[in-house]
Design a protein. Structure first.
Length: 134
């Protein structure tokens, strides 16, 4: 299957240790990655350039929503997949995601995530991350 016509939107700052796994996992499935960098002073942007040329500087204003909306405005696809720079996609059903985008233009999609806890166990949860920006 060819890459999905979604824009993966990521905000980041100084995530050189985690962003490569994030970008590797997204680039395997999606045709666009947009990054809003909020002031990295490490090698985050250099690593990101291996996966996308859609890297934009966003002056941090203590508002995650503003940074996410900035990245979304830079995206070229209508469907957005929001991903954090310390996350990676371990399993994805591309057919199901594509079907969702075709049939649910007004709905928000949720994904299952595993959050690493301080005791090194994982907590499972669902978060809203997929939507049509229109």
């Amino acid at each position: 299957m060819k890459k999905l016509p979604f824009s993966v939107c990521i905000i980041t700052k100084n995530n050189a240790k985690t962003i490569e796994k994030c970008l590797q996992s997204a680039s395997n499935h999606f045709d666009e990655i947009v990054i809003a960098d909020t002031g990295s002073s490490d090698s985050t942007k250099e690593i990101a350039r291996h996966y996308t040329n859609q890297i934009f500087d966003f002056t941090w204003n203590n508002n995650f929503a503003d940074a996410r909306n900035f990245a979304i405005k830079k995206a070229t696809n209508d469907f957005i997949f929001s991903l954090d720079s310390d996350e990676e996609i371990s399993k994805i059903n591309c057919r199901q995601l594509l079907d969702f985008s075709k049939k649910n233009a007004e709905n928000i999609g949720r994904i299952e995530i595993l959050n690493l806890q301080s005791d090194h166990t994982f907590e499972k949860g669902c978060v809203s991350r997929i939507f049509n920006r229109k």
